[in-house]
Design a protein around this ligand. Sequence first.
Ligand SMILES: Nc1ncnc2c1ncn2[C@@H]1O[C@H](COP(=O)(O)OP(=O)(O)OP(=O)(O)O)[C@@H](O)[C@H]1O
Ligand SMILES: [Mg+2]
Length: 371
Amino acid sequence: MWRRKGEADQVKGKQQKQEDPVRVLLIEDNVGFAYYIRDALMRKHAGQFELAEARKLATGLKILKQGSIDVMLLDLGLPDSKRVETFSAAHAASPGTPIVVLTVLDDDEVGMQAMRGGAQDYLVKNQVNEILLVRSIRYAVERARIERALHRLSARLLQLQDEERRLIARELHDTTAQTLAALSMNLSLLNQRASQMDPETRNLLSQSVTFADKCSAELRTMSYLLHPPLLDELGLTGAVREYADGFAERSGIRVDLELPPNLRRLPKETETALFRVMQESLTNIHRHSGSRTASIMFTQENSEIRLDVKDAGGGIPRKRLTETPGVESGLGVGIVGMRERLRQLGGRLEIRSSPEGTTVTAVLPRGGEKC
Ligand SMILES: Nc1ncnc2c1ncn2[C@@H]1O[C@H](COP(=O)(O)OP(=O)(O)OP(=O)(O)O)[C@@H](O)[C@H]1O
Ligand SMILES: [Mg+2]
């Protein structure tokens, strides 16, 4: 239930009000602490907040589903959910809503765990005061806003990267590759007169033919890796098949491919995202896993399409999965890029890894609607 500031406060509130009130959802079963929060937000900071309250996680999630919550204050010890699972459930129910976790003193580590899982902040109940509370809420809302802007930016960057790759691939094909083809033709004409040449010239010519062929092959591979032409023409099925064959040949890794027989064309962004995930996962298998085999499996389930790329290599070092990538750290951006691509289309990336091997799973809605 929403609790608004009292009538009497409204006149004063109007004068002070510069922004809309922040809509807070408090999920807390401790009545005394809930009272403390209500008093701090609704009386001492009248006009700045609206407050909805729930005593159980299930009730809180119902309110959350109705939308229009700016930030959640979440106690991790509720009658129907305990510890970090509480956070995971709330986060999954509304991934875009910032969460400030409330913990008790000896649960500091749980708070940190929630932060690693995506909580904006955590407050230790016995140490919280009104200033800390308000600052934490405002900070969480602002940080979530900045994160949303960053996500929009990275979506645009990935889109531009795809467009640019497509453009460069076409340019390479239409210009340099054509010139090289003309060069090869001239060289083969010259080759027809090889009998009239001295051995040294003949040798130079034959080397030049080999170089020109090698150049053509490299250019074709480069243009293909930048943007597989079959993805536009035949869609995912054709492009994946061709890519997997080429990869197996180049790397010597055996690739098993399983595609649903009735896979229809999907929206362009969905096909590109799935193709790029498969490409990056195979590259990672080749570069990092040491596996001699790889399997690619696409499955359709009702409204979702799922891709599993599996290897039997040494697994991803645990440390790598939790480190933050970036130029300074020297870590790659492959996994982060895959995750971001899928997130933008309303999907998700899951990675299971052990010393027996790694499975990268991408799940996307079939429609690929943008979130
Ligand atoms: N299939 C795998 N098997 C074992 N380790 C892996 C596998 N995939 C990824 N890794 C590990 O995870 C790290 C991060 O992978 P990621 O794709 O993000 O970056 P990268 O491959 O190092 O660089 P980039 O993709 O930016 O060229 C790798 O450096 C590697 O240590
Ligand atoms: Mg990589």
